[in-house]
Design a binder for this molecule. Sequence first.
Ligand SMILES: NC(=O)c1ccc[n+]([C@@H]2O[C@H](COP(=O)([O-])OP(=O)(O)OC[C@H]3O[C@@H](n4cnc5c(N)ncnc54)[C@H](OP(=O)(O)O)[C@@H]3O)[C@@H](O)[C@H]2O)c1
Length: 320
Amino acid sequence: MKAAIRLTYGPPETLSIREVEKPVPSDNEILVRVHASTVNRTDVAVLTGKPYIMRFFTGLSKPTLPSTGTDFAGIVEAVGNNVQTFKPGDRVCGFDDQGLGSHAQYLALPATKAIITIPENITFEQAAASMEAAHYAINFLNKLEIKAGQNVLVNGGTGAIGSAMIQMLKNKGATVTATCRTEHLEQVRALGAQKVIDYTREDFTQENQQYEYVFDAVGKSTFGKCKHLLKPCGIYISSELGPGWQNPFLALYTPLTGGKKVLFPLPTNIKASLAHIREMWEQGAFLPMIDKRFPLENIAEAFTYVASGQKVGNVVLTMD
Ligand SMILES: NC(=O)c1ccc[n+]([C@@H]2O[C@H](COP(=O)([O-])OP(=O)(O)OC[C@H]3O[C@@H](n4cnc5c(N)ncnc54)[C@H](OP(=O)(O)O)[C@@H]3O)[C@@H](O)[C@H]2O)c1
């Protein structure tokens, strides 16, 4: 089978497509014929080993897994003797933010990992693109009590996390304002944002509007710049550490001062997120935004594009 392989941390050029042995599932594993995966921002960190903190999870001096890939969607081809939860023929998808080695045509992984079956109305590409960013969006939103009618700002409405978050906020009845560049205004409105600010023409931090929550889904702003946009007990959440890595410290300090505060939730419980994603699919309440598709052979190009910070939603990698 073909797999994207690298033996050291480094740029996309360290990856090459190689013929490797098809894995054989152990008693507790399933073997999946991967149809689609994505190249996402977490994959970029797994590939480059940056930020360095990532290496505590993916291998200190060199990557533990030779293949990249954190998510997959495909068909179960075989199951180990002890596996009761899946059977050959099941359409499944899954995610692990520490890496799965899923940029490959086949994947053997423990059946106890975060894996769900894919409903018939969802394609493999949609399933793979529903994993990483939606998991992070869920983990930002489930720390809050968002009520219908509350005003929420999402900076970066076309990011993978931002576009998932807008749909989830809409499901909760929030009134969403989002930012994006001119050519994406209609796309972001279609996701459920009531107001869209073109960040190439207007600075959202100069708005008069106040919000219960400000989500910086692309980490391009700071709490300092957004504080005046928050209502008295408003909350600022960013998907990034901040330019001086200040967000984790502000998340410890600001709750002690009363009033406006910063939250920096660490994404956990991938299984719960995947169960929630499946529910939203069934309710027709969430579909991932998909940008470009790349065949496995062009994986280095896909990584370069994703690392540029300009992808619009999710970038799909096809294995067929
Ligand atoms: N905390 C975590 O565990 C975690 C996990 C994954 C990712 N992240 C971080 O979260 C961030 C978002 O990831 P993602 O995959 O959702 O992002 P992404 O898809 O790579 O975001 C790209 C989008 O950002 C938009 N953008 C660029 N500059 C902007 C600006 N100044 N204002 C508003 N939008 C702007 C672009 O929109 P236009 O095309 O409209 O310009 C582009 O569509 C990244 O910084 C990533 O490193 C954090």
